[in-house]
Write a protein that binds this ligand. Structure first.
Ligand SMILES: Cc1cc2nc3c(=O)[nH]c(=O)nc-3n(C[C@H](O)[C@H](O)[C@H](O)COP(=O)(O)OP(=O)(O)OC[C@H]3O[C@@H](n4cnc5c(N)ncnc54)[C@H](O)[C@@H]3O)c2cc1C
Length: 326
């Protein structure tokens, strides 16, 4: 059996990257002769979630409930997942490569005494079980053999398209109330705060992100970039230079020490594409780089590039968008 941790949005739906992880699990299941795919969620699942999981071919939805699961605790979630895994004899445990997915899978692997592979893109065979994963922010791909059981890993964002199954599953809900040791609750979320509304918006889940780097020139050099962001209904993401110079706030930073984004389209303007920035944007499906330097790493890795001064290129794009919209 394969167990997938599914994260749930505030509206009770499975988040997209978790649906991708379930889709990945299904392809593993198909390669393994159709072993069942079960999911674990925290809290009582909504009807919509159960319906979606049925559409994704899931056999059972194990719902971790009880006081230990009311607030996020990586160790408690891992303990609950391992209880499910032991009951059902799962050979593979996986999650989406989100901060929570990574934290919980690390606890699962440590408890089970097995290694964990983060940011897996694909698998190359089941015996031996070989996966390909991204390291150094996607600059390097690494093959890894997972011989220990359970095989524990996270799936990189957009490694696969989230897609329902050809045949629905039963998605039978099983309420689980595993006991959790007090020691597993020492690190847990005690309160959450909504960030101030700003142009970085929901940067991590934005479908379009406009990026800005040192090439903007100064704090006053963002006017056209902000207009483009608004015209595309996009979120704004910036390089560390921009936040270090105080041109824009830190919560807008993309990269190793900022947010990791996976939009359909990323438009980095005046960003060189240093490895620490690339670590945060390598999952973008399409990149349109605007840069004066044709040799900049961001340009050489981009799907498309415009070589030119962003202070000329961006206003021209904005004017064209406005013209087409009448
Ligand atoms: C431990 C550590 C962690 C880090 N974490 C991060 C991180 O999370 N995020 C991050 O971004 N960086 C991070 N960095 C910094 C990173 O190494 C780079 O220094 C940074 O990303 C560079 O920012 P930049 O591309 O804006 O600037 P630069 O590297 O200076 O590049 C500016 C680019 O703009 C182009 N340009 C200049 N003028 C124009 C113009 N008028 N029009 C068009 N293009 C123009 C240039 O050709 C160049 O490619 C980290 C560094 C370290 C050591």
């Amino acid at each position: 059996m394969i167990v997938v941790l599914v994260e749930v949005s505030p509206s009770g739906e499975p988040v997209e990257v978790s649906r991708e992880a379930v889709t990945f699990a299904r392809s593993l299941s198909a390669a393994g002769g159709g072993v069942p795919v079960d999911v674990v969620v925290v809290g009582t699942p909504s009807g919509a979630l159960v319906e979606t999981m049925a559409g994704y071919g899931v056999r059972r939805v194990h719902a971790l409930t009880g006081p230990a699961f009311e607030a996020f605790s990586g160790a408690a979630w891992a303990s609950g997942i391992l209880t499910v895994r032991e009951q059902a004899g799962a050979v593979v445990v996986l999650a989406a490569g989100t901060p929570r997915g990574g934290e919980v899978m690390a606890h699962v692997a440590a408890r089970a005494g097995v290694p964990m592979a983060a940011n897996v893109l694909s698998f190359g065979g089941l015996s031996p079980f070989v996966v390909t994963r991204q390291v150094v922010g996607g600059a390097v791909l690494e093959e890894m053999q997972l011989s220990a059981r359970p095989a524990v890993f996270t799936v990189a964002g957009h490694a696969v398209e989230a897609a329902p199954a050809e045949a629905p599953g039963a998605a039978e809900v099983v309420i689980e109330t595993p006991s959790v040791a007090d020691a597993d609750l020492v690190a847990r979320v005690v309160s959450t705060e909504e960030p101030e509304a700003d142009l970085s918006g929901s940067l991590k889940s934005a479908r379009v992100v406009v990026g800005a780097g040192r090439g903007a020139g100064s704090a006053d050099g963002f006017e056209d970039i902000l207009e483009l962001t608004a015209l595309l209904d996009a979120s704004l993401g910036v390089s560390r230079v921009v936040t270090s110079l105080g041109w824009r706030p830190h919560h807008e930073q993309v990269g190793q020490t900022g947010s990791r984004i996976s939009p359909d389209l990323y438009i980095p303007c005046g960003i060189s594409g240093a490895i620490q920035h690339w670590a945060g944007c390598s999952s973008a499906k399409h990149i349109l780089a605007i840069n004066t330097d044709p040799e900049a790493p961001m340009v050489t890795r981009a799907t498309h590039a415009v070589i030119g001064d962003l202070h000329e290129v961006v206003p021209a794009i904005n004017a064209e968008i406005r013209r087409r919209r009448g």
